[in-house]
Design a protein around this ligand. Structure first.
Ligand SMILES: [Zn+2]
Length: 331
């Protein structure tokens, strides 16, 4: 019995020592939590304040978040009006953690709707993702200089994967015919994506989901659908799809699929990481915006082959009837 207690005690102490050695990194959102995990590996514990599937624009911090932030060694924030609630949370927690603005060096896009606000969704352009990774690596090196080389090395490897994703997206989007290269979503989260990969954008809501869509916004999107030849619009994983589904029904276009913008998906989804989120979004967009022409040709083709079979069957019936008449006449 004493042996078991002793073993458990040793394990418990080892576990505490193990987690105490690790750098506690707290990110505002799941996308940055995943980036940090890729750079910090087993040297860090990477956590997110807003859970997967949550909306970081409208998030209300919980009491447990105060504890999470107060125990952190490093806090990663996007800034550019993405997580406005975090400043107060950091102040209230009394944390001594280093706070890193991971969009440092990114060229911000000014909101088209609110001219004094910057669009926060810079990670949607993978070439900005590379800058995020540099900033996170530097932040980790600052709080854990002993492992600076480890973080720089992992950061470089991870960045080459992000650059591959960037090239993949560019090539894929270019396959959509220009007149159909229009992306309509629930909220305006794809401006950086559109600028980097050459696709025109339109959204019902602005760069934040805080203010509700007005009827004039719905009218603008409906007009854009009617004047362009786009076959599909897209819902988002963190936003209620009701309004966009209604617009799709009213204008007769399809829902092209679900996109991930402000959160990665859970581990069983098709977008469980930052890189997969970008490539999955791209595959969904390309399939839906190029799919209609493929589908209509397929339907036409099927119609012709169906008709051929009908003619053959009719011909056979006629020949049989003729033979039957001849047979009866001979009797
Ligand atoms: Zn957003």
């Amino acid at each position: 019995m004493t042996k078991y207690i002793l073993t458990s005690l040793i394990c418990f102490t080892a576990l505490i020592g193990y987690s105490q050695d690790k750098i506690k990194v707290v990110s505002s959102a799941s996308i940055f939590q995943d980036m940090a995990k890729n750079i910090g590996g087993d040297k860090i514990i990477s956590e997110s304040i807003v859970p997967i599937g949550g909306d970081p624009h409208t998030y209300t911090p919980k009491p447990s978040d105060v504890e999470l932030v107060s125990n952190a060694d490093l806090i990663l924030i996007n800034g550019l009006t993405f997580e406005g609630w975090i400043t107060e949370l950091i102040e209230n927690s009394g944390t001594k953690a280093k706070v890193v603005l991971i969009t440092e060096g990114v060229e911000p896009i000014t909101s088209q709707k609110y001219h004094n606000a910057s669009d926060p969704h810079a990670w949607m352009d993978a070439s900005n993702g590379v800058k995020y990774v540099y900033n996170i690596s530097a932040g980790l090196a600052a709080v854990d200089p002993e492992n600076a080389l480890f973080y720089a090395d992992n950061g470089a490897k991870y960045n080459s994967e992000i650059k591959n994703a960037h090239n993949y997206i560019k090539k894929q989007i270019a396959t959509i015919p220009v007149e159909q290269r229009v992306l309509i979503t629930s909220h305006d989260a794809f401006q950086y994506y559109g600028r980097a990969y050459d696709i025109t954008l339109n959204a019902i809501m602005g760069i934040s989901t805080e203010s509700e869509a007005q009827s004039k916004d719905v009218k603008r999107v409906v007009n854009a659908i009617k004047t362009s030849k786009i076959p599909a619009v897209f819902i988002e994983s963190t936003i209620n799809p009701k309004m966009l589904q209604q617009i799709a029904r009213d204008t007769g276009v399809k829902i092209g699929g679900e996109l991930y913008a402000d959160s990665i998906g859970d581990k069983d989804s098709e977008a469980p990481t930052y890189i997969k989120m970008l490539t999955h979004n791209t595959d969904v967009i390309v399939n839906a915006l190029t799919g209609s022409s493929i589908e209509s040709t397929k339907i036409d083709h099927d119609d012709t082959s169906n008709n051929t079979w009908i003619y053959i069957a009719l011909g056979a019936v006629m020949i049989l009837s003729l033979l039957l008449i001849l047979f009866k006449m001979n009797k």
